[in-house]
Design a protein around this ligand. Structure first.
Ligand code: C2E
Ligand code: MG
Ligand code: MG
Length: 663
C-alpha cells in the first residue's frame, strides 16, 4: 500500500518527462528542418536574383558599349574611308544581340520591342552607310548619316536605350533590395527559431532537473522504506544488519565494545488477542518511542519483527553502561502503559551480548543475545541477562537433550509412574496421577521438569503426550480388568497438546481404543496452559468435558488466572500448587491462600486437590480446611505400575479397604 502510493506519482512523472522530451525533440527537429529549408530557399532565390541582376548589368553595359563603339566605327570609317570598320561594327552588333538574347527581358517588353524595331531600321541604314563607304562613295555615306531620317531614329534609339538602361538599373536595384529583404527575413526567422529551440530545451532541462530531484527524493524514500519499520518508524532488520556492521568497524577503530540488547514484550500475543490488533500496534509504537527516549542518540533502536526489539549500543563500557540501559528499559514497563483508553500492564525480558567479547560476527552476536534473552525469560520474565558461557552450555545441553529425546522416543526410554490421590475425609484412594519418567541410558533418571519444557519447545511433546495418554488409559483398564478398586487416571496435558487442532479427536480415539470408562479419566491442564490457549478456550474445555472425562486445573496459584476465571471454566478439580502447601500450617500467607482457594472453589462446586502433602501437620490443616483430596509423599511417591499395585494393597488393608470412586 505504502509502496503503491509512492510508485504511482513516480511513474506518472517519468512518463510526463518522457513525453516532454519527445515533444521537445520533435519540435526542435521541425524548427531545424524549417531553418535549413528557409536558408536553402533564400540561397536559391539569391542565386537566381544575382544571376538576373548580373545579366541586366551586362545588357546595360553591352548597349552602352555598342552605341559608343558603333558611332566610333562609323566615324572612323567615314574619316578614313576604310570599309573594314564595318567588321568591328558587325562584331559589336552580334555581341549585343547575343546579350539581348540571353537576357530575360519580360519585365520591359514594350521598350525592348521598340528598341528592336528601331534597331532593325538603324542597322539597315548603318549597313547602307558602310556599303557607300565600301563603294568609295563617301558623299552618299555622309548625306545618309546626316539625313534627318537617320538622325531622328538615332536620337530616338539613344533615348530608348537610356530609358532601357535606367529601367535595367532600377530592376537590378530592386532585385538587390528584394534580396536584402529576403535575407533580413531569413535571418530573423533563424534567430527566432534558435531562440525557440533554446527556450524549449531550457524548459526541458528544468523539467528533467525537477524530475531528477523528485527521483532523488523517491529513491531516498525507497531507502527509508527498505530500512525502517512501517509501523513504528524505527529501524528494521535491514538497518539492524547495516548498523551492526558499522558498529563493529567503529569498535575495532576505537577499541570499545558494542552491546546488543534484545527484548520482547511479555504476553504480547495475549494483548493482541484480547484487545485487538489495533491496540497491539499502538503498544508497539509506544514501546518503540519509549525505547528511543531511553537510548542515546548514537544507539540504534530497531524492531526485528513482531514484538521483538533490538538496540545496538556503541562505545560502551560493557556491563556498567548496558546495565543502566537494561534497567531503563525495564522501568518503561514498571507502570501500565496508556494505549488509547487502555492501561496495559506488561513487562519485558532482555538479553545482552557484546562484541567482541562474546561474538565475532553479527550472526553470532544475535544468537548469543537471543540465548541470553531466553535465559532471562526462563528466570521469570521482567529481568535482563548478560550472555555468558554457562548460558551457552545450557543452550548446547538443550540442543543435545532435544536430540536425545528423539532417540528416547525411538527406543522407548520412557516409563510411567503413578502417584496416588487420596480422599482426605475418607482416607481412601480415589485415583492416581500418571507422571512421566525418562531413564536416560547414560544420565540415568531425568526429571520431567528438565525435559518437558524442551520437549514442548521442539513439539516432541505431541508424540510423547499421545503415548502417555494411551499407555495411562491402557493401564487404568488393565487395573480394572484385574479387579483392583476403581481408580481414576489423571494425565497431564501440555499446552502444546492442548493447542493441537485435533486434540478432541485424539482423546476420543484413545478412549475408544482402550475402552476406558469416561469418568475414569481426568485431564490435568495447568493454569498457564489455559492462559496461552489460542482460540475459544471455554468452547474447547466444554468439548473435552462432553466426552465424559474430568478436567482439573493443575498448579493452581502459580499462573495468572484469577479466581474469577474459575466460574467460567467447566472444571471438576482444582489442584493447589505445592508451593502453597509447603509451609502449611505455619505460614500465615499460605494459610490464607489455601483457605480462600478451597472456599472459593467449593462455592463454585469445584473439588480441591492439595499437591505436595509431605507430613501429618499439613494433612491435618487441609482436613480442617475441608480440602477434598490430597496428593504427596506423605501418602506415596510416584511409583511404577507394579509397585503401585502392591502399595494399593498395603494401603487398602491399612485403611479397611475403604476405596471408592469419587462419584
Ligand atoms: P505436576 O503435574 O504438578 O505433578 C506433581 C509433581 O509433584 C510431580 O513431579 C510429583 O513427583 C511431585 N510431587 C508429588 N508429591 C510431592 C511431594 O510431597 N513433595 C514434592 N517435593 N514433590 C511432590 P514430577 O513427577 O517431577 O513432575 C513434574 C511435573 O512435570 C508435573 O507436575 C507435570 O507438570 C509435569 N509432567 C509429569 N509428567 C507429565 C506428562 O506425562 N505430561 C506432561 N505434559 N507433563 C508431565
Ligand atoms: Mg499434574
Ligand atoms: Mg501440579
Amino acid at each position: 500500500m505504502v509502496q503503491l502510493q509512492h510508485n504511482i506519482p513516480h511513474a506518472e512523472n517519468k512518463s510526463k518527462v518522457h513525453i516532454s522530451v519527445t515533444l521537445a525533440v520533435a519540435v526542435s527537429l521541425v524548427l531545424i528542418m524549417a531553418g535549413i529549408w528557409n536558408a536553402h530557399k533564400t540561397g536559391q532565390i539569391a542565386e537566381e536574383n544575382i544571376k538576373t541582376s548580373l545579366q541586366l548589368q551586362r545588357l546595360s553595359d553591352s548597349i552602352r558599349f555598342h552605341q559608343e563603339s558603333m558611332s566610333s566605327a562609323i566615324e572612323y570609317a567615314l574619316t578614313t574611308g576604310e570599309a573594314h570598320w564595318h567588321n568591328s561594327y558587325e562584331t559589336s552588333l552580334l555581341n549585343l544581340q547575343d546579350v539581348m538574347h540571353a537576357t530575360d527581358m519580360s519585365f520591359s517588353n514594350s521598350i525592348v520591342e521598340k528598341i528592336q524595331r528601331e534597331h532593325g531600321k538603324v542597322i539597315a541604314l548603318e549597313r547602307q552607310i558602310f556599303d557607300h563607304i565600301a563603294d568609295g562613295n563617301q558623299d552618299s555615306a555622309f548625306s545618309l548619316l546626316a539625313s534627318d531620317n537617320y538622325q531622328d531614329i538615332k536620337i530616338e534609339q539613344e533615348q530608348d536605350a537610356l530609358t532601357l538602361r535606367a529601367t535595367l538599373d532600377r530592376k537590378a536595384k530592386s532585385i538587390i533590395d528584394t534580396l536584402k529583404d529576403r535575407l533580413d527575413r531569413t535571418t530573423l526567422a533563424l534567430v527566432m527559431q534558435i531562440v525557440l529551440i533554446v527556450a524549449i530545451w531550457l524548459y526541458i532541462i528544468a523539467i528533467v532537473r525537477r524530475w531528477q530531484r523528485h527521483q532523488g527524493k523517491h529513491s531516498e524514500e525507497l531507502t527509508r522504506l527498505a530500512h525502517y519499520d512501517a509501523l513504528t518508524g524505527i529501524g528494521n532488520r535491514a538497518l539492524f544488519q547495516l548498523r551492526l556492521e558499522g558498529a563493529f568497524q567503529q569498535s575495532r577503530r576505537d577499541n570499545k565494545a558494542v552491546g546488543l540488547i534484545l527484548m520482547d514484550i511479555d504476553h504480547f500475543k495475549d494483548i493482541n488477542d484480547s484487545l485487538g490488533h489495533d491496540i497491539g500496534d499502538h503498544l508497539l509504537i509506544k514501546v518503540a518511542e519509549e525505547l528511543q527516549k531511553a537510548c542515546r542518540e548514537s544507539d540504534t533502536v530497531v524492531r526485528l519483527g513482531g514484538d521483538e526489539f533490538a538496540i545496538i549500543a556503541t562505545n560502551i563500557d560493557k556491563k556498567r553502561d548496558s546495565a543502566i540501559l537494561g534497567n531503563k528499559i525495564l522501568s518503561i514497563f514498571e507502570q501500565p502503559l496508556q494505549i488509547q483508553t487502555h492501561q496495559i500492564k506488561t513487562g519485558t525480558s532482555i538479553g545482552l551480548a557484546f562484541y567482541p567479547d562474546d561474538a565475532e560476527s553479527a550472526d553470532e552476536l544475535l544468537r548469543k543475545a537471543d540465548m541470553a534473552l531466553y535465559e532471562a525469560k526462563r528466570h521469570g520474565r521482567a529481568n535482563f541477562k548478560f550472555f555468558d558461557t554457562a548460558i551457552e552450555i545450557a543452550a548446547r545441553n538443550k540442543a543435545n537433550m532435544q536430540a536425545d529425546l528423539q532417540i528416547a522416543i525411538d527406543q522407548n526410554q520412557f516409563a510411567l509412574h503413578y502417584q496416588p490421590i487420596i480422599d482426605i475425609a475418607k482416607n481412601s484412594v480415589i485415583g492416581v496421577e500418571c507422571l512421566l519418567r525418562w531413564e536416560h541410558p547414560e544420565q540415568g533418571n531425568i526429571t520431567p521438569d528438565k525435559f518437558i519444557p524442551i520437549a514442548e519447545e521442539s513439539r516432541l511433546i505431541v508424540g510423547i503426550g499421545a503415548w502417555v495418554l494411551r499407555a495411562a488409559c491402557e493401564q487404568q483398564v488393565a487395573w480394572e480388568n484385574k479387579r483392583l478398586p476403581s481408580i481414576n487416571m489423571a494425565v497431564n496435558l501440555s499446552a502444546v497438546q492442548f493447542n493441537e487442532r485435533d486434540l478432541l479427536e485424539q482423546v476420543e480415539q484413545v478412549m475408544l481404543d482402550t475402552g476406558i470408562r469416561e469418568n475414569q479419566l481426568t485431564l490435568e491442564i495447568t493454569e498457564s496452559t489455559l492462559m496461552e490457549t489460542e482460540g475459544d478456550l471455554i468452547a474447547k474445555l466444554h468439548a473435552l468435558k462432553s466426552l465424559g472425562l474430568k478436567l482439573a486445573i493443575d498448579d493452581f496459584g502459580t499462573g495468572y488466572s484469577s479466581l474469577a476465571y474459575l466460574k467460567r471454566f467447566p472444571i471438576h478439580h482444582l489442584k493447589i500448587d505445592r508451593e502453597f502447601v509447603k509451609d502449611l500450617p505455619h505460614d500465615s500467607h499460605d494459610i490464607a491462600i489455601a483457605r480462600s482457594i478451597i472456599k472459593m472453589a467449593h462455592e463454585l462446586q469445584i473439588d480441591v486437590v492439595a499437591e505436595g502433602i509431605e507430613n501429618q501437620a499439613q494433612l491435618n490443616f487441609l482436613k480442617e480446611a475441608e480440602c477434598n483430596y490430597g496428593q504427596g509423599y506423605h501418602f506415596g511417591k510416584p511409583m511404577p505400575a507394579k509397585e503401585f499395585e502392591d502399595w494399593l494393597t498395603r494401603y487398602s488393608n491399612q485403611n479397611y479397604n475403604n476405596i471408592r470412586a469419587i462419584k
